[in-house]
Design a protein around this ligand. Structure first.
Ligand code: HEM
Length: 464
């Protein structure tokens, strides 16, 4: 007689049906992650052991240097909100990594210089101003759809095309018609080359090791940075007066004594920063979202249904903002694949985080990749479940467990811009194409300045 088979629980059945998209397999032996971090030229995601997805604080002591990962919402709040002034400075590696491209821009600056530039740039990107950028979103999305139609049915590596399209949005926003479309692709390409070549984004820098140990910037990285700077200078020189409002606001900003907040060099630095911060991130988020939609037909069908309720053509700003399910898909994509996977800071003064002493100069990080997949805060944390971001469920999610745009005073200045832009892109693209994943192919996330798919993002595009 055979024993009665136990019925699987509902939870197990759901789990079996879950779509768990690719992630690096956590290493089996926890004690090896320190040497693998130091010696590896790989990436930090591969060093996270299984317990990193459950721990609340992860300390690492290196000779003469400390590093702590804040991995609990209360600890994140302590560092990035309650004691933000002690941790306002970006980590040394981040300053080094971006300086050749963005100079002293606010992204890596701190103190007075950060505050006065943030006060110019953040209001220009305020949610109340976003509708003015909507025509740029639509135009770049339609140009992108045209490129994809020429490349279809594929497989097409959409990552560089998405990066060129979001750079195009930033260039239209900053320079208007003065700069041709090809310049956007050139900027996106140069930045991709910089990311690929920059020694400074590898793990040894991430740990804040001194330059003699961490290695110097490669020649290729320096060339890519120089190329980016030249493209920015050309674009700035080409813009006629009156400049588009975003650039005009930056040029016009004055201190109380009447001197400009940004001289020519500072302006070029901020423009370079906006081109990168405003395009790499949205492109990365959309790249992963497109993959998840392609790989999970039920999500594609639900999106089709939502879009079918809209009149034909590209959505207007209000219609795009009302795409609740598309917003949930993007939010879930940024949970699983946060474009900025690591936020790192250096401590100004001594502090204590839980039972760990923080010394001046120590690195403290929040790692959205870990927090977003933390076993304490997420049900089936590695599974793709966009419904968790529908308004009802999203309201129940504890604060500071989903931080793709960062948090505290340095939170992303372009979050509303980025979200509005991605909703328009998604609507335009999904109306034109049905997405699919080539048989046997899977992307591999790799943490550099942004969380890129290591071998690009190859998708199939069937015209509708
Ligand atoms: C999906 C899209 C985006 C994501 C995920 C994203 C993410 C982030 C994150 C995580 C930070 C903070 C980094 C840190 O604290 O270390 C940041 C900062 C920033 N982002 Fe975004 N971003 C996006 C789009 C944009 C766009 C479209 C713009 C501009 C139009 C923009 C402009 C900025 C600026 C200026 C900062 C620096 C803020 C400061 O240091 O005060 N971002 N972004």
């Amino acid at each position: 007689m055979t024993a009665p088979r136990r019925r699987p629980s509902l939870r197990a059945m759901q789990a079996a049906a879950d779509f768990v998209p690719p992630m690096p397999r956590p290493p089996a032996q926890p004690w090896r992650w320190l040497p693998s971090l130091i010696l590896g030229r790989g990436d930090i995601l591969r060093a996270f052991t299984e317990d990193a997805y459950r721990r609340q604080v992860i300390p690492l002591r290196l000779p003469g240097r400390g590093l702590v990962i804040a991995n609990h919402p209360d600890v994140v709040r302590h560092v990035f909100v309650a004691h933000a002034e002690n941790y306002e400075r970006k980590s040394w590696f981040m300053e080094q990594a971006l300086e050749p491209v963005v100079g002293d821009s606010l992204f890596i600056n701190h103190g007075e210089a950060w505050a006065e530039r943030r006060a110019v740039i953040a209001p220009a990107l305020h949610p109340s101003r976003i509708a003015a950028f909507h025509p740029h979103f639509v135009r770049a999305a339609e140009e992108l759809a045209g490129d994809l139609a020429r490349a279809a049915p594929g497989p097409v590596d959409v990552a560089p095309l998405f990066a060129a399209a979001t750079t195009r949005v930033m260039m239209l926003s900053l320079f208007g018609e003065a700069v041709p479309r090809e310049a956007a692709a050139a900027v996106a390409e140069a930045f991709a080359a910089y990311q690929a070549a920059a020694e400074s984004v590898d793990l040894r820098y991430l740990l804040g090791l001194p330059p003699w140990l961490a290695g110097r910037q490669s020649r290729r990285a320096r060339l890519a940075a120089a190329r980016l700077r030249a493209l920015v200078a050309q674009a700035l020189a080409a813009v006629p007066e009156p400049a588009p409002p975003l650039l005009a606001a930056m040029r016009a900003a004055r201190r109380p004594d009447g001197t400009p907040v940004m001289d020519a060099e500072a302006l070029a630095n901020e423009v370079a920063m906006m081109l990168l911060a405003g395009s790499e991130t949205s492109a990365t988020a959309m790249t992963w979202a497109a993959y998840l939609i392609a790989a999970h037909p039920a999500t594609g069908a639900a999106l089709d249904e939502e879009l079918a309720a809209l009149p034909p053509g590209a959505p207007d700003a209000e219609q795009a903002a009302g795409l609740t399910f598309a917003r949930a898909v993007l939010s879930e994509a940024m949970r699983l694949y946060p474009p900025v996977a690591v936020l790192s800071r250096q401590a100004r003064a001594a502090d204590r985080i839980r039972r760990f002493e923080i010394r001046p100069g120590d690195t403290v990080m929040a790692v959205p990749w870990l927090l977003h997949r933390h076993a304490m805060w997420w049900d089936r944390p590695h599974a793709f479940i966009p419904e968790r971001f529908l308004p009802e469920s999203a309201r129940r999610q504890p604060k500071f467990t989903w931080i793709p745009f960062g948090i505290g005073p340095r939170i992303c200045a372009g979050a509303a811009f980025g979200m509005a832009e991605m909703l328009v892109f998604l609507a335009v693209l999904l109306r034109r194409f049905r997405l699919g994943v080539p048989k046997g192919w899977a992307p591999a996330p790799q943490c550099r300045l942004t969380l890129r798919p290591k071998q690009g993002m190859r998708l199939l595009l069937a015209a509708r």
